[in-house]
Each structure stands twice: as C-alpha cells, then as structure tokens.
Design a binder for this molecule. Sequence first.
Ligand code: ASP
Length: 314
Amino acid sequence: MQAKHKFSIALHGGAGTILKHLMSPALEQEHILALKVALDSGSRLLKEGASALDAVEASVRSLEDCPLFNAGRGSVFNHEGKHEMDAAIMEGTLGKAGAVCGVSGVKNPVSLARNVMEKSPHVLLCGEGAIRFALEQNLPLESEEYFFNQVRYDQWKEAKAEQNILLDHSSSNSDKKFGTVGAVALDMNGNLAAATSTGGMTNKQWGRIGDSPIIGAGTWASQESCAVSCTGHGEYFMRAVVAHDIHCLMYYKGLTLHAATGLLVHDKLKRSGGEGGLIAIDKLGNIAMPFNSEGMYRACCSQDGQEQILIYKS
Ligand code: ASP
C-alpha cells in the first residue's frame, strides 16, 4: 500500500545558556554527532514505515544513552546526590499516554513510560512502584556507577555549596552544557507522537517532579493539532500547561503551529520568566523549534529530507 504521507521528525537535547564563544569546538562536535546519531535512529525507522511512536522512543533512547545529555545515563544529581528521572510518551491517534517520575536505576525511562502506556491501565507511575513495574516488564536497570559523571558531580557540588537549584544548561561552568531530551515525529501513515526524558534540575529537592512527565505540560500529542516536547524550567512550563496550550490554540482558535508555539515561548512563558524552548510538529509535517534562551540543542529532518542540526540562536 502506498504511504499517503512523508515522514518528518525533530528532537531536542535541552535549552539554556548555550553560547558559541563558551563552547569548545570539540564539545560542539560531540553534541552535533550525538544529535545526528539520535536523528538517524528515528528517521531510519520512519523511512522503513515504522510508527511515529517507535521513532520518538528510538531517538530518545539514543539521547538517554549518551552522557552528554541530562536524561538516562547523563542525568543530573538531586540534593541527596542521587539520580531521579522523569519521562513521558504520547501518541496522537487515540491520545494514549504513559509516563514515569522519580525513577532511579532505570536505563531507559522513555521505554518504561511506553510500557506504562501499553502494558498497564495507568498513565503515570512514580518512584518505587515504577521501578517494580520495570522489573516486572524485564526492562534493564543499571547501577549507580553507570549514571556517575564527574562533570555532573562537580556541578552538583557547586550548586549545593551555593544552595542553588540549577537548570542543567544554566550551570556557571558554561563550557559543559547538558539538557533534557525529547523527540516528536509524523510517520508515513500520518500519525503523530511525542516523547520527553530528563534527569530534572541539578540539586533539585528529593521528590521534585518537573514538566517532562506531566502530560499536557512538557509532553503532548494529538492528531487534531500537533506533537510537542518541551525543555526548560519545569515549574514555569507546568503552570503554563505549555504543550496542551499549544494544542488548544491550534484546535480551538485555528492558529498555525508556528503562531501557537511562538506565542507560548516568546510571549506567555517569557512574560512569566520561564526560560526554555520546545520542539513541535503538526499533521502536515511542519516543524517548529522555538526557544527564548541563548540556545537549544536541536535537530530535525523535514518532509523533503532536509536535515538540520543546530545549537545556537541563528
Ligand atoms: N524541564 C526539565 C525539568 O524542569 C528540565 C530541562 O528541560 O532541562 O525537569
């Protein structure tokens, strides 16, 4: 059967104070390569006819396995010196969603979120209950050493000493930026999906949950509008219900993807002091990647096959 749609995909690796003059060429190349590998892992699947859901999970897993980003292996330390991760996944056709929060030791939280969506009657599982569910589903767990990263440890020590709670990419050591990860995709059957995964904020209070696993705040997908994955200061994104608000602007008010995402990022969030950005894709394959911070690690492959990998403000 002939596919009716061309696929497209976008991903992010976090937004924040990411400035070219503070980035070493070697680190810049490492990030570009990691974004390219993640983009390829999703777009290869889409090209073969896989679902948007499979593609966003594959891209996010790739970013979770890369210590450069604040998700999975590269997750930041909380106030207790532990890693507590959040993730969510949602598909646009039936509006099914799954999420986990405050999980430790899970290698790929995005896959656990997908299992919650597909193999449990629930949407959001937290902490010990989510970990027990991961064990029941035979998902891989990793030791604390797997998640240990000297750069993150030093960031945490510094933040703790200064009694700061930091967005990972707003660290004073600006040569070492990391960030939450996410992906959105449109597959060849016209279906949309979104996924987000994060270690949260450096030195965050034990039990603090951000926007990423909250359906409608950091993650959203609907066939009626678009798929969205956010990154930034979670408390602001939660209060503004950013991802669902974009859906509402498109669905109820008829705004375009670019108008709706721009309004949220450059107006509503900015006015409240919410730093960050997002990636979004609509059912026509349009892609928007706005941010109100200095930079955002981002990449996309549009319907005409054009790839872009970007870090700074253009
Ligand atoms: N939004 C995430 C949180 O607040 C952090 C990030 O995007 O880097 O947990």
